[in-house]
Design a protein around this ligand. Structure first.
Ligand code: CAA
Length: 455
């Protein structure tokens, strides 16, 4: 440990939902004694069940021995009593995203923990400064924002406010590093780094889906195969929880008035209907039913090379455009104009699948499906860099360590070429007239200078 840090040996976690239970696992794995608290004995026991199940899976996969699992579980005390946190050096709350609940908890903790204890919030959408300002010792309040699944993803956004003591920030950052996590320290801005970029990207994806121009499976394939991300955007929304996504959209929109971040109507309707994603069994996908593999039957055309196949399949109002292959395979955009008939599209889809190329059927629009997802997201990352909120390295770390990206957005721009990204954005901005698609001036500068963002 570096100087000017506080000793953290016993930690508390309040709220044992998906995130809280994952955070307990992270601390217990790092060898810390954990007091895990939820509102009732039943909820605390449910939290124990989550931890047993998650570690049990790791035992089954041979990633942990039964003895290690027993030792890990032995480090955690489950309770419904906040006063059991009296000896904690650090308490992380992961209760529902309501300022009144968080403030009440922190206020109660003021009377329980020692004056030296650090109070951290896992909030993904509320203002840390507002949470801190409601407590007796705001200088010890800090954000410790984990990513779902917390035991897997390495990012911890450490959020400071203008009130936070430096040694509190250093202590939390060092602890995260010791636990094998990647901390990124940033100020208190709506969505911090990762959510500001990710949730805006997801909101755009939902709006694309709303147009009916592309199926959910194809949209997800554009993200997974076309960009190389671990999950497509709609699958990821279902993992995060549509209520959480909507909440973060609202916070981002209120802070920025950027229409790209506004909660899409479909998202609002799904939340109102109680379709919150995996946790309720239904979201963009239905987790109780067999997934549709999106591959309608059709006559298969074969060719010696994929390039020749793409040419053979083009015609009758349809063009097939191939992307470069990546870790998750190769994507082809099947571009459908008003002159196309369904049989031609079905044939193109079936032939591409037979050639092990993932087809994405979309309309004849600038950016097609893949670039319409990717380029505005890259532009947002450059805008964030230009605003001075986070460095290029921190932005890339946030997206690789927090969302499983194989490369961060600024590295992706360097790999694609800033000039190509710029050209794509300009075409999309010209076609749609959307102000949010106008390229960041910093992107224009880098394209003109031929200068990479990383490197
Ligand atoms: N708990 C513990 N371990 C888990 C886990 C969980 N909930 N889920 C998966 N794992 C482990 C698995 O056991 C497996 O471990 P081994 O390799 O040691 O066997 C490993 O993670 C990979 O899991 P899988 O093979 O089952 O699945 P995968 O390779 O498809 O990865 C994924 C699954 C980690 C979820 C991956 O798809 C991913 O990273 N997706 C992106 C998720 C993302 O972007 N999260 C951020 C959301 S935003 C957020 O959380 C912040 C907010 O405020 C909204």
């Amino acid at each position: 440990m570096t100087e000017n840090t506080r000793t953290i040996e016993q930690v508390g976690v309040i709220g044992l939902g998906t995130m809280g239970a994952g955070i307990v696992e992270v601390f217990a794995k790092a060898g810390l004694a954990v007091v895990a608290v939820d509102g009732t004995t039943e909820l605390a026991e449910r939290g124990r069940g989550f931890l047993e199940k998650s570690t049990g899976k790791q035992v089954q996969r041979g990633r942990m021995t039964e003895a290690d699992q027993a030792e890990l579980l032995g480090r955690v005390t489950f309770t419904a009593e906040l006063r059991d946190l009296a000896a904690a050096d650090l308490v992380v709350e992961a209760v529902p995203e309501r300022l009144d609940i968080k403030r009440e908890i922190f206020g109660t903790l003021d009377g329980i923990v020692s004056d030296q204890a650090i109070l951290a919030s896992n909030t993904s959408s509320l203002s840390l400064t507002e949470i801190a300002a409601g407590t007796k010792h705001p200088h010890r309040v800090v954000g410790m924002h984990f990513f779902n699944p917390a035991p897997v993803l390495k990012l911890v956004e450490v959020i400071t406010t203008i009130l936070t003591d430096d040694d509190v920030v250093t202590s939390v950052r060092d602890l995260a590093t010791q636990m094998g996590k990647k901390p990124v320290v940033v100020g208190d801005r709506a969505g911090f780094v990762a959510n500001a970029l990710l949730i805006t990207y997801l909101a755009r994806a939902i709006r694309t889906y709303e147009t009916g121009h592309v199926t959910r499976e194809d949209l997800d394939a554009a993200g997974r195969v076309g960009i190389g991300l671990p999950m497509g955007p709609l699958t990821l929304c279902d993992l995060i929880g549509l209520d959480v996504a909507k909440e973060v959209c609202g916070v981002l929109y209120n802070a920025t008035h950027d229409p790209s971040a506004a909660p899409p109507a479909l998202l609002e309707q799904m939340v109102a209907a109680g379709r919150l994603g995996r946790k309720t069994g239904q979201g963009f996908y239905d987790y109780g039913e067999q997934a549709d593999d999106g591959s309608p039957a059709g006559d298969v055309v074969t060719a010696d090379s994929v390039e020749a196949l793409a040419t053979a399949l083009s015609g009758d109002g349809v063009t097939v455009e191939l992307h470069q292959g990546g870790d998750n395979g190769r994507l082809a955009e099947v571009v459908r104009t008003a002159a196309a008939d369904q049989a031609t599209i079905d044939r193109a889809r079936a032939s591409l699948l037979a050639a092990e190329v993932t087809p994405v059927v979309g309309r004849d629009r600038a950016g097609r499906v893949r670039d319409a997802l990717l380029l505005p997201h890259l532009n947002d990352a450059v805008k964030m860099l230009d605003s001075g909120y986070a460095s290029a390295e921190d932005i890339d770390t946030a997206m690789t360590a927090g969302c499983g990206y194989p490369r961060g957005p600024l590295q992706i721009i360097d790999d694609l070429g800033a000039d190509r990204v710029l050209e794509g954005l300009r075409a999309m901005a010209a076609e749609t007239g959307e102000p949010a698609l106008h390229p960041s001036p910093l992107l224009v500068e880098h394209a003109a200078a031929g200068r990479p963002f990383r490197g």
